[in-house]
Design a protein around this ligand. Structure first.
Ligand code: NDP
Length: 443
């Protein structure tokens, strides 16, 4: 054989693990290189531990709601160490499952950093490994803008491993991560302030949903500072942040969730003259092929849709195309997504604003109600929106903020993918009483 491997994958995260398993299953001699724990961002410092933290935080609201159902108020005490230990054990268990899965599939796991020497050679721990086809699936990392005192802040990576819970936290950013962690810390009893530089966070999501979340978060006790930013941070009895207007805020932890950047700096891309965008994301064509013929890239390192299920589908497609003679591409419309805020948001298809900007003539249906758990207990409300294309009667967008939004939207995403019309939604019987039934009873 001309090369050590048919397929060499750099990065054992969501995209890389799937690609290597599938390729090995198709009979390709495959290895995957990883310098950190198996599973990548999602398993180690992303989706999985985040969701565990979100569940932990949500209990505080449930304890409160339970009183309306006759449960006597008690004082459940939260212990961060227990959550951290149990979370870490679960992640270790998952790392082991990934290792078994890869080994069972016949994939060689190579521990270390991979660096290109040429288009068919990657050096790991001073050892040259050659391969016919190479996949870059190295993901990304959190970034912090430059400003005086930036060395004092932490990112999502560190938030997953805090020695102790802060009493007061400031979170900067207005994307998924900022909003999710604000809900987590607030739910765990931390005095939480979220700072966002424009007038309303979650830019790009439905405006009604964004406003609804802002209200719910404030009602839940989170301080929201919009049109605001940090100019500098000084360390003194914790940290003092000076804001744009000169005012100061004190906290014992300041976290930045201001975006992520591709992990390309240490790959030796200059040795293969592989083309990247200005932000170092790898440029690919419709078949995930880079500017170098035998090198492919999927997932966050390409900076398109930074979601685990997207990276997994892309990795799978590359393996099928290269080693099973398929010609798969992935449709990037109707990608469902959820923000695990408190309450959570989920969406599929177009928002009202996007549909209008794209020239659709639309009908918008809205439903806002108190879910049953809050009829006797809590105060939070659910909001659901449906966007219908008047010309075709097709449902082209669904948005929801409220309990179990991710579970509800995942199911309805199939309907949108299948091109369901409003008439089909109307002809579907509801499950009563549920929140999801609102989507089939909207008038
Ligand atoms: P995002 O890119 O989603 O958001 C970054 C936020 O930081 C924006 O609100 C942005 O503001 C703000 N920002 C950027 N630069 C600065 C700056 N210099 N000063 C102040 N604010 C700034 O990044 P995240 O880090 O939240 O998440 C990264 C990606 O990870 C997401 O896009 C998502 O794809 C994925 N993810 C998915 C999750 C899920 O599926 N539930 C959970 C977590 C992450 P502006 O709006 O002005 O640009």
């Amino acid at each position: 054989m001309k090369y050590d491997y048919d397929f060499l994958v750099i990065g054992a995260g969501s995209g890389g693990v799937r690609a290597s398993r599938i390729a090995a299953g198709h009979g390709a001699k495959t290895a995957v290189i990883e310098h950190q724990a198996l599973g990548g961002t999602c398993v180690n410092v992303g989706c999985v531990p985040k969701k565990l933290f979100v569940i932990a935080a949500h209990f505080s609201e449930l304890f409160e709601a339970s009183q309306g159902f006759g449960w006597q108020p008690g004082h459940p005490k939260f212990d961060w160490q227990t959550l951290l230990t149990n979370k870490n054990n679960e992640i270790t268990r998952l790392n082991g499952i990934y290792e078994n899965m890869l080994e069972k599939a016949g994939v060689d796991i190579i521990r270390g950093m991979g660096r290109f020497e040429d288009a068919h050679t990657v050096v790991v721990n001073d050892k040259k490994i050659t391969a016919d086809k190479i996949l870059i699936a190295v993901g990304g990392h959190p970034t912090v803008p430059d400003f005086p005192g930036k060395e004092h802040v932490v990112t999502s990576n560190e938030l997953f491993y805090l020695d102790k819970l802060p009493e007061k936290i400031i979170i900067v950013g207005g994307g998924y991560i900022a909003v999710e962690f604000a809900g987590i810390f607030n739910g765990l009893g931390v005095d939480t302030t979220l700072i966002y530089r424009r007038d309303l966070f979650l830019r790009g999501f439905d405006e009604d949903i964004r406003k609804h979340l802002a209200e719910e978060m404030q009602q839940g006790g989170i301080k929201l500072l919009f049109n605001q930013n940090i100019e500098k941070i000084e360390k003194q009895n914790g940290y003092t942040a000076t804001l744009l207007d000169g005012s100061t805020l004190q906290a014992d932890l300041i976290a930045y969730a201001t975006g992520r950047a591709p992990n390309t700096s240490r790959l030796g891309l200059e040795n293969v003259q592989l083309k990247t965008k200005d932000n170092n994301a790898i440029i690919i064509n419709g078949h995930y092929q880079t500017s170098v013929d035998n090198i492919y890239a999927v997932g966050d390192v390409t900076d398109r849709i930074q979601l685990t299920p997207v990276a997994i589908k892309e990795g799978h497609a590359v393996a099928d195309n290269l080693f099973n003679k398929q010609d798969r591409t992935i449709a990037y419309d109707n990608v469902p997504t959820a923000i695990f805020s408190q309450p959570p948001i989920a969406t599929v298809g177009l928002t009202q604003e996007q549909a209008q900007n794209q020239g659709f003539d639309i009908k918008v249906f809205k439903s806002s109600f108190r879910p049953m758990i809050n009829v006797l207990g809590g105060s939070s409300k659910t909001l659901m929106k449906m966007i219908v294309d008047t010309k075709t009667d097709k449902v082209i967008g669904l948005q929801m903020i409220g309990d179990e939004a991710a579970e509800v939207i995942q199911g309805f995403a199939v309907a949108l993918k299948a091109g369901a019309t409003k008439a089909t939604f109307d002809a579907t019987l509801g499950i009563h009483p549920s929140s999801a039934e609102e989507f089939v009873t909207m008038r």
